[in-house]
Design a protein around this ligand. Structure first.
Ligand SMILES: Nc1ncnc2c1ncn2[C@@H]1O[C@H](COP(=O)(O)OP(=O)(O)OP(=O)(O)O)[C@@H](O)[C@H]1O
Length: 265
């Protein structure tokens, strides 16, 4: 192998942030995800698409062990973050979820002030040595979530008093505050109006300069707008994974073709 090929290979391997191999998920007897293999690249937006019930959210929740909270759920196979098995018994799920943050479908701010919503994670993970550093993290996170200008004069007010779109950006700021390496978003715009959706989509595009974003979406237009990679799931199988442009214009699998042309789902 020549030097250039060796270099290209090294670069492409370090680009992989999360690697999943032969992942199976069961809810009791139900086999919800079958043999999923996928590599999530660093500093890239990856969209998970597919009909309702195909397993998108289930797989997303595997990536930060959120399924641990569901008693009937069993995960098999290997999922590695930077090459390390996240299901290893030495891994603390709370620490893992600071590295692999999550934003949910419905904005779920804590019943605390705007400031404390964002400061919560940095406080429990000891990311600030004093109040000045904490203030800096809160401001940077709120700026990063494109919310600072709207809330800087009302930081002590409850987060739950913000509009739906602002609450979702607050939840993004809360996730960003722990300096995650990956941000998982489960239909983050489904409760938002078109203007708030567009703000969150712009934000996703900015966030990928800092870390990987994985987004579950029912909107193919949204997947096409925000992602560089797309994974199409169907009946618990990962049918096709590739560049978003290719998935939407030249899908290989007839099931992907049927879904994107609106014949299934
Ligand atoms: N907590 C649970 N207990 C039992 N079965 C579950 C649970 N969560 C999901 N399932 C089942 O697992 C399968 C995959 O569900 P999942 O929510 O991952 O699909 P999805 O593609 O995200 O669907 P949607 O687009 O409707 O949100 C479905 O058959 C669902 O009924």
């Amino acid at each position: 192998m020549n030097d250039m090929r060796i270099l290209e290979r090294a670069v492409s391997q370090t680009d992989i942030k999360i690697s999943a191999r032969k992942v199976q998920v069961y809810y009791g007897e139900k086999h919800a995800l079958k043999d999923v293999d996928v590599d999530i690249q660093d500093k890239t937006v990856t969209a998970f698409i597919g009909p309702s019930g195909c397993g998108k959210s289930t797989f997303l929740r595997c990536l930060n062990r959120m399924n641990d909270t569901i008693d009937s759920c069993r995960v098999e196979g290997r999922i590695a973050l930077d090459g390390e098995d996240i299901y290893d018994k030495r891994v603390d799920p709370v620490q893992l979820r600071a590295r692999v943050g999550m934003v949910f479908q419905k904005p779920n701010p804590f019943p605390k002030s705007i400031y404390d919503n964002v400061a919560y994670g940095p406080r429990i993970h000891g990311l600030a040595r004093n109040r000045t550093e904490l203030d800096e993290i809160v401001e940077k996170s709120l700026r990063g979530a494109a919310l600072w200008n709207e809330v800087k004069d009302r930081l002590a007010e409850p987060g739950t008093g913000l509009s739906g779109g602002q609450q979702q950006r607050l939840c993004i700021a809360r996730a960003v505050a722990t300096q995650p390496e990956v941000l998982l978003m489960d239909e983050p715009c489904s409760a938002l109006d078109p203007i708030a959706t567009s703000q969150v989509e712009d934000l996703i595009d900015q966030l990928r300069s800092e870390f990987s974003v994985v987004i579950v979406t029912h909107s193919m237009q949204q997947a096409a707008r925000v992602s560089q990679k797309t994974a199409f799931f169907h009946l618990g199988n990962l049918v096709e994974f590739g560049n978003t442009d290719d998935i939407f214009t030249r899908p290989h699998d007839p099931r992907t073709e049927s879904y994107i042309s609106g014949r299934i789902g």
